[in-house]
Design a protein. Structure first.
Length: 182
């Protein structure tokens, strides 16, 4: 497996080279969005509105950070279960989303959309939100403030450690054949 240090601005161009199981240290702008935020984004789009950030080449982290302690950029910020966003993800990938970050498996429609759009699914380590927060240097609520921890936030990652869970060819770390052979 390979290791890559990459900025979010160049992640989409790197996607074809990434393989399931590769380690990625991601830096740059990332947006948080969980269940409630995805629902609101799609309601807004159905009513003729725009998403609260440019989807094309963006990265969404499925996380709902805890309140920010004084002197830090963010509270604990670990991943949530990605499958809860599966019904929204193919549409976002079709709009140009570069990657999603979360934990756990994705359904076949998401895997097909990842392949179709040359994107990737990156996995963060669950249960390590306090450690993950050390790699976040900025945190700003940009939409749906009334959703609290589920509001959409713009974060700045600094070498945030991730693993390619599903690559742009559809290979997955969750595939039993791959993990049994590895």
């Amino acid at each position: 497996m390979n290791e890559y240090s990459v900025n979010t601005d160049s992640l989409k161009a790197l996607c074809p080279r990434l393989c399931a199981g590769d380690r990625v240290f991601l830096s740059g702008k990332v947006y948080t969005a969980r269940d409630a935020a995805h629902k609101r984004i799609f309601e807004d789009m159905e009513n003729g509105g725009k998403p609260p950030f440019e989807i094309k080449n963006a990265v969404i982290y499925y996380a709902g950070p805890t309140p920010t302690p004084e002197g830090l950029a963010i509270g604990s910020c670990g991943p949530t279960t990605s499958a809860r966003m599966d019904k929204y993800t193919p549409t976002l990938l079709d709009l140009g989303l570069a990657a999603t970050i979360g934990k756990g498996e994705r359904d076949e429609k998401v895997v097909s959309a990842i392949v179709k759009n040359g994107s990737v699914y990156l996995c963060a380590i669950g249960g390590a939100g306090a450690l993950a927060s050390r790699h976040i240097t900025e945190n700003e609520v940009i939409a749906y403030d009334n959703l609290g921890c589920e509001s959409v936030k713009r974060l700045n990652f600094d070498n945030f450690p991730l693993i390619v869970g599903i690559d742009s060819k559809g290979n997955s770390i969750f595939d039993r054949q791959m993990t049994d052979a590895g």
